[in-house]
Each structure stands twice: as C-alpha cells, then as structure tokens.
Design a protein around this ligand. Structure first.
Ligand code: UFG
Length: 331
C-alpha cells in the first residue's frame, strides 16, 4: 500500500512534534508546516519541513499538491489563556482566520480530511463532572472561544462541502517522549509540570495558585494526559477517515481521572526524589476548580484509551527536563 502523506500544520510545537514522530513510526509520511513563531525546527529535524504561515493559502496549496496530501492534522494556534484575554485580536486572527486560510487551501486542492486540536477550554466552567461532549460549551476565555468558533466552522464545512473532521478536545497535555529527544517547551512557560520540574532543578520559584477551591485539598484539580496518548489518538482519528462514511465529530481526550496540584507535587517528589518547595499565591483568574474528561466517546468512537498515568507523565517529563531544563529554549 502507498504511504499516506499527512500534512502536520504546527508540527514543530509540543503536541505536534510528538504526533509527527508517532506518525512516522506508524508508517505514515509526515510533512511538517510551521511558522516557527512558537515551534522549534529542532523538534522535527528528521522530517520534510516548510516554514510557512498557515495564512498563506497559496504556499500551503503548493505543499498539498506537491506531496499529494491525504489528510491534514492541524495544531497551529496561540494557546495562552491569559494572553488571549489581553489581546483577543491576536487570537482570533491567528486561530480563526489562519484556520480559514488553511481550509481554503484544502478545498482548492481537494483535501477533505482534517484532525483539529481543540481544548477542554471550549466547555468553560463545568456544570457537571466528568465532562462529556454533550456538556454545554460556554468558554470563559478568548482562547477557548477561538477553538469553539473553529469547531463551528468545521461543522459548517462538513455540512456544505462534505469535509471530514475530528476535533480533539485535549485536557491537560503533559509528559514527554520516553527517549527524551523531544518534550514540552513553551516561551514563556506557564504550564504546571515544566514549572514544577524547573523549580526542582533550582531554576525558578514555584507558586501554587489558590488553595481555597472547593476540592479535596483546596487546590485545582486537572486531568493530566500524556502527550504520547494524545499523539496516538490522532492516529486513531486518521484511521477513522478510511471508511466511506463522512466523519464530523468532537471528542474529549483525557484520563478521566483528576489530580490536585498538591497530588501532582507529591508525584514529582516521588519521581525525582527531591522536595518541591512552593509558595501559596492567589487564584489565577479564569481557572476552573475541576476539569476532568469523560473519555467514553474516545473509547467507543476511536477505540482509544490512554496507556499512561501521572507517574509515567512525570517520569518522562523529568527525563526531558534533566536533559533540557528549559526545553528547546536557552533560558
Ligand atoms: N498552576 C500553578 N502554578 C503555576 C502554573 C500552574 O498553581 O505556576 C496551576 C494552575 O492554576 C492550574 C493547574 O496548575 O490549576 C494547571 O495549570 P496549567 O497552566 O498547566 O494548565 P491549565 O489547566 O490552565 O491549561 C490547560 C492548557 C490550556 C487550556 C486549559 C483548559 O494548557 O491550553 O488547560 O483546557 F486552555
């Protein structure tokens, strides 16, 4: 059988680069497109790569043609909740308008399959838990709104143009490839796991945002999901496009298990053998108390279930941060 060429837009980012590596290991040919505004070329050094902004319909179209692309996996987005509140235009222009340009290039070149990176932030403040896909979608920040708008666009394109799509709503992506050649890297880093591990390495201080939530110990509860489990879900999603039936779905990706920040700290201490030093600080605006996914639909529809737990997440992230304390950044 001919190798399927998959265009991975935003493939040089955190979840993108892990998916690229797994696609290659699973017999696909990933072709990476990234603007490198927040991605790292080093993370995808082994694969065909184009530095293109997804707004450039013409250039994306040329790559789709040249490589006879079968399907697109689309990770490219700005992802910082706090920044999205300060500068919504930046988020709508990139996440929504950029995706419209990408979809235009796909239509012009008869590529009709896309896996889209969505987020738990599309739900907003949970009204029940675990959150299934029927839960109301009332995002409380611009980041979540941009992702929900794109899901709406995908649904319209599915109805009117026959687009096939799967939007994967990630909960808290974390961990690294076990080979530690790639891992989490953001600039600036705002995510819990890298921040705690950098603090354990003595590179920064660490603050726990809020201990007065209505949770088991007062700190926020999150559903941490290994980045390799996210990557494998993208492959399952691509496999769903193989049949004759049109596919148009939004699906949660989580472990269906919540850990508080204090429980995460305990796990870090277990894995690293070091004490985590922290200060208690005020709540961070916009943080829901609890976010836990129902992963029933992912199990049923994709035949996917996560393979890794919080200890695997921490062990792999620790290996990565020991090798590359700041990820692909120098500070
Ligand atoms: N936290 C701290 N101290 C820190 C950093 C984080 O206490 O220095 C806390 C946060 O307040 C939160 C938890 O750790 O309670 C996890 O925070 P992250 O920033 O790692 O992750 P979020 O849950 O805020 O965000 C994740 C994704 C976002 C997505 C959001 C909702 O990173 O892209 O889930 O789906 F929008």
């Amino acid at each position: 059988m001919k190798t399927k060429n998959i265009l991975v837009v935003g493939g040089a980012g955190y979840i993108g680069s892990h998916t690229v590596k797994m696609l290659a290991a699973s017999g696909y040919q990933p072709i990476v497109v990234d603007s490198l505004v927040s991605g790292y070329k080093e993370a995808v050094a082994k694969y065909p790569f184009y530095q293109i902004d997804m707004h450039d319909t013409q250039k994306i179209g040329e790559v789709l043609q040249k490589h006879e692309i079968e399907a697109v996996v689309h990770f490219a987005a700005f992802i910082e909740v706090g920044e999205s509140q300060i500068d919504p235009q930046k988020y709508y222009e990139n996440n929504v308008m950029g995706t419209l340009s990408l979809l235009k290039a796909m239509r012009q070149n008869q590529v009709d399959k896309i896996v889209f990176s969505s987020t738990a932030a599309t739900y907003g403040e949970p009204v029940y838990t675990p959150i299934d896909e029927k839960h109301p979608t009332l995002p409380i920040n611009t980041y979540g709104k941009t992702k929900l708008v794109v899901e709406g666009i995908l649904a319209d394109y599915a109805r009117s143009y026959g687009l096939n799509y799967i939007a994967l709503r990630y909960f808290n992506a974390s961990g690294a490839d076990f080979a530690a050649d790639i891992g989490e890297s953001h600039k600036p880093e705002t995510h819990l796991v890298p921040i705690i591990l950098q603090s354990v390495l003595g590179l920064r201080s660490f603050k726990v945002f809020g201990d007065d939530y209505k949770t088991k110990d007062g700190t926020c509860v999150r559903d941490y999901i290994h980045v390799l489990d996210l990557a494998s879900a993208h492959i399952k999603a691509l496999e769903k496009f193989a049949g004759n039936k049109q596919v148009a779905e939004s699906i949660n990706l989580g472990n269906q298990k919540g850990y508080s920040i204090l429980e995460v700290i305990k796990m870090v201490e277990k894995v690293t053998g070091k004490k985590v030093v922290y200060e208690l600080a005020a709540r961070r605006p916009g943080d829901p108390a609890v976010l836990i996914a129902s992963s029933e639909k992912a199990k049923k529809f994709l035949g996917w279930s996560p393979q890794y737990d919080l200890q695997d997440i921490m062990a792999s992230a620790w290996k990565w941060h020991q090798r590359k304390p700041y990820g692909f950044n120098s500070t």
